[in-house]
Design a protein. Structure first.
Length: 228
């Protein structure tokens, strides 16, 4: 057992050294920011991975390497994230990203998607603010909850479209962490039960979701699925 453990530690040390050197390759200001990759370096890295900055793949990568903010990587997040995945080369990293992307809509890997979803909010918040502007949150929801991600839609209800329509028409405020998190909780339940039998007006849902439920009921009474 000891020898096996020792071999694993040596292998991890080797991986970490390779990844640390790879990280160095993308730095823009090694003298002043030795452990940070900024927007230009991140863009170069994503290009080499074959990932567009507007693509859900960017959010997959950002969660793995724990980007502290949009377009920024730290050394520890990069090294730890890819060591955990056993992916020290660009090709191996591409494979990990491709696998994750392919499984995002799969209920069996919902926890992986949930991790990406939660990290997206953490990355999108600009301290000292504690909320994300609505227009930014909407763009992230479009990316995460559409065909390329975990699609929030059922046979008779275009949930995501209605959610965005409601927010842009009636909400118009920024999105805090609780609203962001509870949106996914509601989305998961609504996708499994589009009749919303799980919903209780005396429940602990945020007010914005209570109001959205009323919006959905009005939509259905007015004519069912949203017109194209």
């Amino acid at each position: 057992y000891y020898n096996g453990s020792s071999s694993t530690q040596q292998a991890n040390t080797g991986l970490r050294n390779v990844l640390s050197k790879t990280f160095d390759h993308y730095r823009e200001d090694p003298s002043n920011q030795p452990d940070t990759v900024g927007m230009m370096g991140m863009s170069k890295y994503l290009d080499e991975l074959g990932v567009s900055i507007e693509d859900i793949g960017m959010l997959v990568v950002s969660e793995i390497v724990k980007c502290p903010s949009m377009g920024e990587m730290g050394r520890s997040g990069f090294v730890n994230g890819w060591t955990t995945q056993g992916a020290e080369t660009i090709e191996k990293q591409r494979q990990v990203i491709s696998r994750r992307r392919g499984n995002l809509g799969n209920g069996a890997t919902f926890d992986v998607f949930k991790g990406i979803y939660k990290h997206t909010f953490a990355m999108a918040v600009q301290p000292p603010a504690r909320a994300v502007p609505l227009e930014n949150a909407v763009e992230f929801w479009r990316t995460l909850l559409s065909d390329d991600g975990w699609k929030w839609s059922t046979e008779t209800t275009p949930w995501l479209d209605w959610w965005i329509e409601y927010l842009e028409r009636d909400w118009k405020k920024s999105v805090n962490r609780d609203m962001w998190d509870q949106t996914l909780v509601f989305a998961q339940k609504a996708r499994a039960d589009e009749d919303m039998s799980f919903w209780d007006e005396m429940g602990a849902w945020p007010g914005v979701i209570d109001e959205f439920v009323s919006f959905v009921k009005e939509k259905r009474e007015a004519g069912g699925p949203m017109e194209e």
